[in-house]
Design a protein around this ligand. Structure first.
Ligand SMILES: CSC[C@H]1O[C@@H](n2cnc3c(O)ncnc32)[C@H](O)[C@@H]1O
Ligand SMILES: [Zn+2]
Length: 416
C-alpha cells in the first residue's frame, strides 16, 4: 500500500513524501502523485524514529516492582526470583505493552535481551515495529546447562532467521559474571559463523570490575579482548567503568557502545564517561535499559537525561550537546544495527511526525534543541514503520486491550 505525506516540515520547508513498498520513493514540494492513503502533515516535523539501543522489553511488567537499590541486590534478591516465574505468554504481554509505550514515544526499533525470546518476537511482529532480539545466554559456569543452552540458541537462530524482515537475531551473553569463558568463546565463534551482533552488559558496576579482576586477573575489557570478543560485532551496554586506555582499545577494535544514563543513575551503577568515549571516537547509541531500572521506555526522557548527566559529570555545559545526543538516539543507533534510516529517497519509510503545535515545541528556534531538551513522547503525533502507519493522532489500534491484559498479567505475576 502506498502512502503520501503532504506538507510535512522537513528542515524549514513543507515537503511531500511518497512512500511505496516500505521505502521513501520521492521527496519534494508539491509532488504530482496520488497514493492509496494520504496524511496531511502540515504543522508536523518529520524526523527519523528513535532507536532504543538496549532494553529488556517485557520488564514493563516489573515497572516499580523493586526500586531504589543497587544492581546486585536488585537482580539477585528481587528480579531473578520473579523472572523465574515468567512464562512465554507473560513475556508476550509485557512486550506488547513495551511496544505500545515505545511507539507512543517515537521508538520504532529496539535492541532486546530477555527470556522467552518467542514471546517478544510475537509482540514485535504484531505491533509492526522493528527489533533485534538476542538469544539470551547465562550459564553461571555450569558446563552441562551450557550445552543445552547452546543447542537452544542455535534452534532459535534457525527458526527466526527469516520469520519477519523487521526482526534481527543477535546473541545475548548477559555479562562476564553470568557466562563462562567457554561459552563466551562459543558465542564469539557462532557470531562469526552466522554474522550476528553480540549484545552484552559490559563494565556496568564497580563490583563487576572487581569480581572480574578476582576471577580472571583482568578487568572486563581486557578479559573480553583476551577472548577475542572486542570487535564491531559487540554491542557493549552501560560501559560505565572504563579507563582512558580501555576506551582507546574499544575504539581501535570498533566496538559499539550503548549508553544507559537513567538506569546507571537509578541503580547508582556509576557515572559513565560518555563525553570522553565520544572524544575517543567511539560509536555510541542510547538505550533505556529495562522498565524496572528506568522505569519507562521514553527515549525523549533518556536523551535529556544523557545530556544533563554528562554536563554534571564533566562540569561543562558543552558536554554532550543536543545535536550529539540526537545523533546517538537516531543515526548512531541506526548505524550500530544496520538500519537504513533517514528522511531521504531510498531509505526505509520509518519516521515520526512531531506535532509542532504542542506547547513544548513552541517557539521553535532550533528543532533539535526542542526535541532533546523540551519534548516528551507525547509530542509524537504519528509513527510510521516500513511504510505502515502504526500510530496516527496518537492512537494505536488495540491499545486499551493491551493495557488491560498487561495490568492483569502483572497482578497475577506478583501475587505468585
Ligand atoms: C537474561 S535476560 C536479561 C537479564 O538481564 C537482567 N537485567 C536487566 N537490567 C540489567 C542490568 O542493568 N544489568 C544486568 N542485568 C540486567 C534482566 O532482569 C534479565 O534477567
Ligand atoms: Zn540491561
Amino acid at each position: 500500500m502506498s502512502l503520501l505525506l503532504r506538507n510535512a516540515v522537513l528542515g524549514e520547508t513543507p515537503t511531500d513524501l511518497f512512500i511505496d513498498r516500505g521505502v521513501f520513493q520521492r521527496i519534494g514540494p508539491d509532488l504530482d502523485i496520488s497514493a492509496d492513503k494520504t496524511i496531511d502533515a502540515a504543522g508536523k516535523a518529520i524526523v527519523p524514529p528513535l532507536v532504543n539501543g538496549h532494553t529488556h522489553a517485557a520488564m514493563t511488567l516489573l515497572r516499580g516492582y523493586a526500586d531504589d537499590m543497587e544492581l546486585h541486590t536488585w537482580l539477585t534478591e528481587h528480579i531473578w526470583p520473579l523472572e523465574a516465574r515468567l512464562s512465554e505468554e507473560d513475556v508476550y504481554v509485557g512486550s506488547l505493552l513495551a511496544c505500545l509505550e515505545m511507539i507512543k514515544s517515537g521508538t520504532l526499533f529496539f535492541n532486546d535481551m530477555y527470556w522467552h525470546f518467542e514471546g517478544t518476537a510475537r509482540a514485535v511482529t504484531e505491533m509492526g515495529l522493528r527489533a533485534a532480539l538476542s538469544s539470551v545466554f547465562i550459564d553461571f559456569g555450569d558446563a552441562r546447562t551450557a550445552e543445552d543452552k547452546q543447542r537452544r540458541c542455535l534452534d532459535l537462530l534457525a527458526t527466526y532467521k527469516e520469520v519477519d524482515p523487521r526482526l534481527q537475531c543477535a546473541l545475548g551473553p548477559h555479562a562476564v559474571y553470568t557466562v563462562s569463558r567457554k561459552s563466551l568463546e562459543w558465542i564469539r565463534d557462532i557470531a562469526e559463523e552466522h554474522d550476528l551482533l553480540i549484545h552484552m552488559h559490559v563494565a556496568e558496576t564497580r563490583k563487576e570490575v572487581e569480581d572480574c579482576m578476582a576471577e580472571h586477573g583482568k578487568r572486563p575489557v581486557a578479559y573480553l579482548d583476551e577472548l577475542g570478543l572486542l570487535s564491531p560485532r559487540l554491542v557493549a551496554c552501560h560501559a560505565v567503568w572504563l579507563t582512558p586506555e580501555e576506551m582507546e582499545l574499544l575504539a581501535k577494535r570498533g566496538v559499539n557502545i550503548v549508553h544507559n544514563p537513567v538506569s546507571n543513575m537509578k541503580l547508582c551503577s556509576g557515572t559513565s564517561p560518555v563525553e570522553s568515549m565520544r572524544q575517543h571516537g567511539l560509536r555510541i547509541g542510547l538505550g533505556t535499559d529495562g522498565c524496572s531500572s528506568n522505569n519507562a521506555l521514553d527515549m525523549f526522557s533518556e536523551m535529556k537525561s544523557a545530556a544533563l548527566a554528562a554536563k554534571v559529570a564533566t562540569g561543562s555545559p558543552k558536554a554532550l550537546p543536543a545535536d550529539a545526543v540526537w545523533e546517538m538516539a537516531t543515526a548512531q543507533g541506526a548505524a550500530i544495527f544496520n538500519l537504513n534510516h533517514g528522511i531521504t529517497e531510498g531509505a526505509w519509510a520509518d519516521c515520526l511526525l512531531v506535532d509542532l503545535d504542542q506547547p513544548a515545541m513552541v517557539p521553535c528556534y532550533n528543532l533539535t534543541s526542542n526535541l532533546v531538551y523540551a519534548a516528551s513522547g507525547g509530542c509524537v503525533d504519528t509513527a510510521i514503520c516500513n511504510g505502515e502507519v502504526l500510530m496516527q493522532k496518537r492512537h494505536i489500534p488495540g491499545e486499551e486491550e493491551i493495557i488491560a491484559r498487561a495490568r492483569a498479567c502483572a497482578r497475577r505475576l506478583v501475587a505468585g
